[in-house]
Write a protein of this length. Structure first.
Length: 153
């Protein structure tokens, strides 16, 4: 799995929306300015996240975007799978985007075995991390940017 610019921008936008979670909306221009994301690209990303049920929008002068559910109910894996596809580094071990392997014996392939462990580790972390975790980490990093962040929240 490699996170594209689209995926990174989506997670950064969701962090902003998570920080402002509530009944109000955040204007797309505010997200664009805050995160230095091109507005047109951000519009496409948010539209895609809306189709996934992750965000909601309100049109008009007082329009904008907000999370469709609480930040702690949005796993990062859901967002990344929707935008990027498989979490697996190779297709023959993907649980949701399986691709036929070209190995002579898929079950005895050492590369597949190792990549399955990699996939399981990635999936475990991203399934357990939510937009709320992104928000918490963003706040901690702003408060003490020189402190190393470990991988456990």
């Amino acid at each position: 799995m490699k996170l594209s610019v689209r995926g990174k921008y989506a997670l950064r936008a969701l962090t902003v929306l998570g920080e402002h979670y509530g009944p109000g909306v955040v204007r797309i221009q505010a997200i664009s300015d805050d995160q230095n994301i091109p507005k047109r690209f951000l519009e496409q990303i948010l539209f895609d996240l809306k189709s996934a049920g992750v965000v909601e929008s309100r049109r008009g002068v007082a329009g904008g975007y907000r999370l469709a559910m609480a930040p702690d109910k949005i796993p990062l894996a859901k967002v990344i799978r929707h935008l990027e596809g498989a979490l697996a580094p190779i297709g023959c071990i993907s649980q949701q985007f399986y691709e036929k392997c070209s190995c002579p014996d898929e079950l005895k392939c050492p590369l597949r075995s190792i990549m399955k462990e990699v996939r399981d580790a990635i999936a475990s972390i991203l399934e357990s991390m939510t937009v709320a975790d992104l928000v918490a980490r963003a706040i901690r990093l702003r408060q003490s940017p020189d402190t190393p962040i470990d991988f456990v929240i």
